[in-house]
Design a protein around this ligand. Structure first.
Ligand SMILES: Nc1ncnc2c1ncn2[C@@H]1O[C@H](COP(=O)(O)OP(=O)(O)OP(=O)(O)O)[C@@H](O)[C@H]1O
Ligand SMILES: [Mg+2]
Length: 151
């Protein structure tokens, strides 16, 4: 599944996040890619709202490495300032097993891919325009499987 969405405002980006939140089952991971100010946190704010969490609970995870919203319904992680060792120590693999959804900003800092991930790539289209590309990594891995059905 590849979905492309265009956003013209911070609220648009949040609304796209909320749409994804309503479509995802438990135990999934959302990997967010995009430069400083792309709108990753705005997306997570909308995502949390889409899962019933008040948006004022959501902030950039600066001092807390892993923020937990809605009693573990959503975990929010920002890898920007972390060294690879610190990222390793977070134990991110275990978080989805608790049944919440894990949103990870600066996912390009991950040393290994995570299972059950959806990737959200946000690029700056100039001014307030942002282009979002949403890929279900599990689904695309399956799509890439060779088809032996006619052999
Ligand atoms: N279409 C848009 N979508 C999201 N944010 C937008 C948009 N247009 C303008 N903005 C502005 O861009 C900024 C996005 O900030 P945000 O904290 O969400 O980015 P970020 O990707 O999380 O950055 P960082 O890498 O620092 O964590 C906000 O100031 C917001 O008002
Ligand atoms: Mg951010």
């Amino acid at each position: 599944m590849i979905e492309r969405r265009v956003s013209h405002s911070e609220d648009d980006t949040a609304a796209i996040g909320a749409d994804l939140a309503r479509a995802l089952g438990p135990g999934r991971v959302v990997l967010l890619y995009g430069q400083l100010g792309a709108g990753k946190t705005a997306f997570v704010r909308g995502f949390a709202e889409g899962r019933g969490i008040p948006s004022d609970e959501v902030s950039s995870p600066t001092f807390t490495l892993i923020q937990e919203y809605g009693g573990g319904a959503v975990y929010h992680v920002d890898l920007y300032r972390l060294t690879p060792e610190e990222v390793d120590d977070l134990g991110l693999e275990e978080l989805p097993e608790r049944g919440g959804v894990v949103c990870i900003e600066w996912a390009d800092r991950l040393p290994r891919p995570l299972r059950g991930a959806v990737s959200v790539r946000i690029s700056d289209g100039g001014g307030d325009r942002r282009e979002l590309q949403i890929t279900d990594d599990a689904r695309s891995a399956m799509d890439a499987e060779p088809d032996y059905s006619d052999r």
